[in-house]
Ligand binder design. Structure first.
Ligand code: UDP
Length: 324
């Protein structure tokens, strides 16, 4: 099946491209390279440097490559930036996605896998978080993802575009080969920052609050290996291929780790001390986010294969020798 992967030069997208190629899929990457890395796209893969806001270019592109399925990652993904610049987020994430979905529907493409987020649950009422949890995003980034899920649901009803929205918990880790990994500018995510501190590239890590209602007072998150996410995208496409109905599915391990536990695990695996300082809470951070992943197991036959130690080992391997 010929698949278009948007954002295929980005962190999760590039891991997905690798996985799809390994499984014998034909892949075309669309990326405007505003945040992605050209080096992350294998040389034998066609890369179309196109902006999703250039709506006129999308139908010709899909037709030219005879695309049969779309996996859509391309989006801005910084919560803080989305609060400061909501216009850019709504334009890039919502309008861009709408252009792509509309072009796909007009051509009659029936299979669409969307990169969504657990942040659309906001401050959840119960843990672990199932897909039944109410949708109440608390920042523009998460609202853009909710809106695109809504567009997909309406297009499914009206035009028969089938989709799976995958709601990720905390993506982390890197491909064990060391050829691709996480490289954000600026980096804001916990695991890369802690690793860079262990490697002596940063003086210390700031821990955002130790007065949460958790065992050690720091926030708990469900860290999921990027290759387990890629695997789920492949399975979501197979699920659609088998004629199953459109839906939204959580992707997490079901286990949570606190910020201090992450620091300890990195110290152990990197065999180096990590200096940290407790500072004020970061605005908008819920205390605990852990997935109920039963639906992914049941519908996709998916279960995460990597443990926290694998995530950290592979991320460490990448950060010791990043290629971009
Ligand atoms: N965090 C932290 N210091 C940092 C970055 C993150 O204490 O420099 C905490 C953050 O408050 C959250 C967890 O680490 O509880 C994971 O944050 P990250 O930004 O990696 O992902 P998020 O949960 O925001 O998607």
């Amino acid at each position: 099946m010929k698949t278009l992967i948007t954002g295929g030069a980005g962190y999760i997208g590039s891991h997905c491209v690798k996985k799809f190629l390994e499984q014998g899929h034909e892949v075309v990457v669309l990326d405007n390279l505003s945040r992605g890395h050209q080096e992350a796209v294998p040389q034998n893969v066609e890369l179309e440097v196109i902006n999703l806001l250039d709506a006129d270019k999308l139908k010709p592109l899909l037709e030219k490559h005879k695309i049969e399925a779309i996996v859509h990652f391309a989006a801005f993904a910084y919560v803080g930036e989305s609060v400061e610049s909501p216009a850019e987020y709504y334009q890039n994430n919502v309008v861009g996605s709408f252009n792509l979905i509309k072009a796909a529907a007009e051509i009659g493409i029936k299979k669409f896998v969307f990169s969504s987020t657990c942040s659309l649950y906001g401050n959840p009422d119960s843990i672990p978080i199932s897909e039944e949890e109410s949708i109440k995003p608390i920042n523009p980034y998460a609202k853009t993802k909710m809106m695109v899920e809504n567009i997909l649901a309406d297009f499914n009803r009206a035009y028969g575009l089938n989709y799976v929205a995958l709601r990720y918990f905390n993506a982390a880790g890197a491909d064990p080969s060391g050829s691709i990994g996480e490289s954000h500018e600026p980096e804001t995510h916990l695991i890369p920052l802690v690793i860079q501190t262990a490697l002596g590239e940063r003086e210390k890590i700031l821990v955002f609050g130790d007065d949460y209602k958790t065992e050690d007072g720091t926030c708990i998150r469900d860290y999921i290996h990027v290759n387990d996410l890629s695997d789920a995208h492949l399975k979501a496409l197979e699920y659609l291929n088998d004629g199953n109905e459109s839906t939204a599915i959580n992707l997490g391990t079901g286990s949570g780790f606190s910020v201090l536990e992450i620091i300890k695990e990195v110290e152990k695996i990197a065999d180096a001390p990590v200096k940290f300082e407790i500072v004020d809470r970061r605005e908008g951070d819920p205390a605990v986010l852990v997935a109920d992943n039963k639906k992914a197991k049941k519908l996709l036959g998916w279960s995460p294969q990597n443990k926290l130690s694998d995530i950290i080992l592979h991320a460490l391997n990448w950060h010791k020798n990043p290629k971009y």
